[in-house]
Design a protein around this ligand. Sequence first.
Ligand SMILES: Cc1cc2nc3c(=O)[nH]c(=O)nc-3n(C[C@H](O)[C@H](O)[C@H](O)COP(=O)(O)OP(=O)(O)OC[C@H]3O[C@@H](n4cnc5c(N)ncnc54)[C@H](O)[C@@H]3O)c2cc1C
Length: 491
Amino acid sequence: MNTSVMKVTILGGGTAGWMAAALLSKTFRSIEITLVESEDIGTIGVGEATIPSLHFFNDIMHIRSTEFAKATAGTFKLGIQFENWKAKGEHYFHGFGTTGAGMWAAGFHEYWKRGLSLGISQPFGTYNLEGVAAKQGKFAHVQGGPNFAYHLDAGLFAQKLRIEAQKLGVRRIEGKVSSVAKSEENGYLTHLVLETGELISGDLFIDCSGFAGLLIKGALDTPYVDWSHYLPMNRAIPLQTSLTSPPAPYTRAIAHEAGWQWRIPLQQRMGNGIVYCDDYLSDDEALKRLINDVEGEILTEPRVINFVTGHREKLWTKNCIALGLAGGFIEPLESTAIHLIQQGLMQLIKYFPANGINPLEVDLYNDYMLNDYRDIRDFIVLHYCQTERDDSDFWRYCKNLTLPESLSHRMKLFSETGRFVQRKEEIFSDSWLQVMIGQGLIPLQHHPLADEMSEQDLAQFLKATESTIIEQVNKLPSHEEYIRRFCLSQY
Ligand SMILES: Cc1cc2nc3c(=O)[nH]c(=O)nc-3n(C[C@H](O)[C@H](O)[C@H](O)COP(=O)(O)OP(=O)(O)OC[C@H]3O[C@@H](n4cnc5c(N)ncnc54)[C@H](O)[C@@H]3O)c2cc1C
């Protein structure tokens, strides 16, 4: 079909729908954008942590970090503390910045590894600014300071984006879609049909209808690629509680016998949740465990959310692009879903079919997005498969997983040689090193450049790296104080 795309119709007003409406209306002033959502159906109401890539979205939307935190009752996130993942009782930190400074040919971890063999290296996290600041509850958004993301109330984020998008001319329609009309000629979507009988047309449709996937699945029957053999988690129970201490600038991911629990501090409350696989833990047991483990007063009714990890075989099919949960879900361990929504939008803007949908561009879009999904899947599987835990059926399953070839190659290469490779576009880089090492994958070798330093120089280099970080952290205010001074929210 070679109709130029002048009308974009978005189905769904969750995080995905309003991010799409806001970014597209900000970017393309001459495109007519309509968003249909149903307050009766509501949104999924979870998704409270991000990764630093959201800065790019906020920059385009002209949202400053303090303004963002204020509007979303948010806090700052320097990374994730992983507890009990490598072994029960052991912790490590995945910080959002780079650990130490390497040379162009040899990464910092190669020097660290040599130091480890000599007994002069501290734990890897000692050399990561974000991890050290997080442990001390320190934060400021300053030049050369820690890299960060956010904890946020996703409902407030959507609200903020809705205001921006409507100012930019996005038309919002409240209503339930009851069916979808397609062209008999080529199967392209032509209209959404509301329960009231109203027809909403579009040249391009963005399916942000959540797990329902009304367009990509319901109307276009795009198959789902199921990843539960790699990532067996299929249930989550979110639960909000009151805060019992000042909000920490990091997420906690606490492993248990059949999955893990999150703790995400916002300004006025704690987001908690348990993630598990129902083959290993029943809903009742999961709820009991969650309620036992949370601190503070329980503020919300718990509810079980079911999901299947994986993605649509094609995220762009005919004249429909699936964003957010309609496109896929790789479980929330590294808070990557909002990032994938953003990536989908960036690629859509890049290949925007103003002159008609070209299958070659559709292929480019799908290839890019599916590579992103696969990279993130591999990164998340790493947390489960690289473990010493074998204290339950669940962990024994994870330990003996048949890995995706891409992941087993990466782990083997690192383990045998200390080399780490990544795709140019990949979002996680230093993160891989932190998690591989944190989970106990220590390379057997290091780069010969690290041997060019005398033992004394190496010790000095490691000490200087550590001291510089301590000095930087000492200058930061506490996270609590920073929020109180610059971003206190009315919510
Ligand atoms: C347990 C869990 C934890 C998560 N944690 C994180 C996290 O920490 N970080 C992160 O980045 N992501 C996280 N996510 C993912 C995140 O929640 C989603 O990516 C994000 O909320 C986007 O959701 P959505 O907009 O795709 O869907 P939804 O929020 O479900 O929105 C769907 C929209 O479609 C509308 N709709 C549906 N059917 C119809 C119809 N028939 N007619 C009209 N409207 C309709 C609904 O009204 C709603 O507006 C998590 C997800 C889960 C399940």
